[in-house]
Write a protein that binds this ligand. Structure first.
Ligand SMILES: Nc1nc2c(ncn2[C@@H]2O[C@H](COP(=O)(O)OP(=O)(O)O)[C@@H](O)[C@H]2O)c(=O)[nH]1
Ligand SMILES: [Mg+2]
Length: 397
């Protein structure tokens, strides 16, 4: 499904810049304009040969013999990125009924990807019974993004929740393994499909007390293999004071338990990063409210929850912090979230996996049919001496 999305409509009351946005937002599209690449009937090659209008402030370098043109790399990178598009995989985890599926629908229906078509009011969110990925192709101003949400069934719903984090850990490791297998393949694809979980949104129940041992255990283990962004679910059930106190308590508990959630302090690259990320760390966990219902408020259609005493606007930062979460994931930190996944979490998995296979080269005796996902084998041995069948690793440090 390819959706066009609207730009940021000017003057919308619920649209406000989060405190951690470092660069100015892209200029709004003209009201009502819908970005749709099919509107342009110019071919790619024609576009390439169009003279580039001189950007504002850009110097004309004709006759400037000292100009090397290194800055043109930015335009080359931009063009390449536009062609390739972007991918982001987000996983949601938490007890059943905390609004995980609703929040993901909110994300898809919010300004990230407001559906051009009106939502079907009969569309009910089914109970999630298995780990399920849903992808949406979003396009804005010619930039394509594939946003995949991995919805998980109720986490910690059992009477005995011992090891209940394991299926989630397994799913995350399976994606790293799939990526690794593609990477070590002799005839590897030009672009490896990336199903790695870039970010895991962990839903904390709005108890107003403290984290449960289960929350601590999950985040302690999983924060070592994936970027965790904790949120307080159904924040409309807390008063503003309760919300602030609860947020403070959670931050203290995370610190006390040595849980490093995203954005991790140790990966701040410079002072600027630190400044921006410190602001986010002061706000975490985001107190969110989800809804996939649209209402008319002051002549504008908004996503909200209608109650007897008013309508909670989910994208209004005066009502809840959903917009901050969305901006962190999409507008301000998407590339960094992916970079940390690739260079820290996946790298740790890769090193460990390859060390293991070097320690036990060759196929395991009696290992049965080779698990090679159709890859090229050298002399019957999977690439890099990987054992034919590997057990599922718990990638824990
Ligand atoms: N009060 C309130 N209810 C919510 C919120 N988000 C979802 N719900 C409701 O909670 C119920 C469970 O939501 P669902 O998304 O299926 O939860 P999941 O099991 O975590 O996926 C539904 O009736 C939703 O309408 C919220 O932010 N606040
Ligand atoms: Mg669900």
């Amino acid at each position: 499904m390819l959706w066009s999305i609207r730009g940021h409509t000017q003057g919308q009351p619920c649209d406000s810049t989060p405190p951690f946005v470092c660069s100015p937002r892209p200029p709004p599209l003209s009201p009502g304009s819908e970005v749709n690449p099919s509107h342009s009937n110019m071919t790619d090659s024609a576009k390439l040969h169009q003279p580039h209008p001189q950007a504002k402030g850009e110097r004309n370098h004709a006759g400037d013999f000292s100009y090397v043109g290194i800055d043109a790399i930015l335009e080359q990178m931009r063009r390449k990125a536009m062609k390739q598009g972007f991918e982001l995989n987000i996983m949601v985890v938490g007890q059943s009924g905390l609004g995980k599926s609703t929040l993901m629908n909110t994300l898809f229906k919010s300004k990230v990807s407001r559906k051009s078509a009106q939502p079907n009011p009969d569309e009910k969110i089914p109970k999630t019974i298995e780990i399920k990925s849903i992808s949406h192709d979003i396009e804005e101003k010619g930039v394509r993004m594939k946003l995949t949400v991995i919805d998980t069934p109720g986490f910690g719903d059992q009477i005995n929740n011992e090891n209940c984090w394991q299926p989630i850990m397994k799913f995350i490791n399976d994606q790293y393994e799939a990526y690794l297998q593609e990477e070590i393949n002799i005839n590897r694809k030009k672009r490896i499909p990336d199903s790695r979980v870039h970010c895991c949104i962990y839903f904390i129940p709005p108890t107003g007390h403290c984290l449960r041992p289960l929350d601590v255990e999950f985040m302690r283990r999983l924060s070592k293999v994936v970027n965790i962004v904790p949120v307080i679910a159904k924040a409309d059930t807390l008063t503003l004071e309760e919300r602030d106190d609860f947020k403070q308590t959670i931050r203290e508990e995370l610190r006390a338990n040595g849980i490093d959630v995203y954005p991790q302090k140790e990966f701040d690259e410079d002072a600027d990063d630190r400044l921006i990320n410190d602001k986010i760390r002061e706000m975490i966990p985001f107190a969110v409210v989800g809804s996939d219902q649209e209402y008319q408020v002051n002549g504008k259609r908004i996503l909200g929850r209608k109650t007897k005493w008013g309508t909670i606007e989910v994208e209004n930062i005066a009502h809840c912090e959903f917009a901050y979460l969305r901006d962190l994931l999409i507008r301000t930190h998407m590339q960094n979230i992916k970079d940390v996944t690739g260079s820290i979490h996946y790298e740790m998995y890769r090193v460990r996996r390859l060390n293991e296979s070097n320690a036990h080269p060759g196929p395991a005796p009696g290992s049965g049919p080779a698990h090679t996902n159709g890859q090229t084998k050298v002399n019957g041995v999977p690439p890099n001496g990987m054992t034919a069948q590997h057990e599922v690793l718990t990638h824990e440090m």
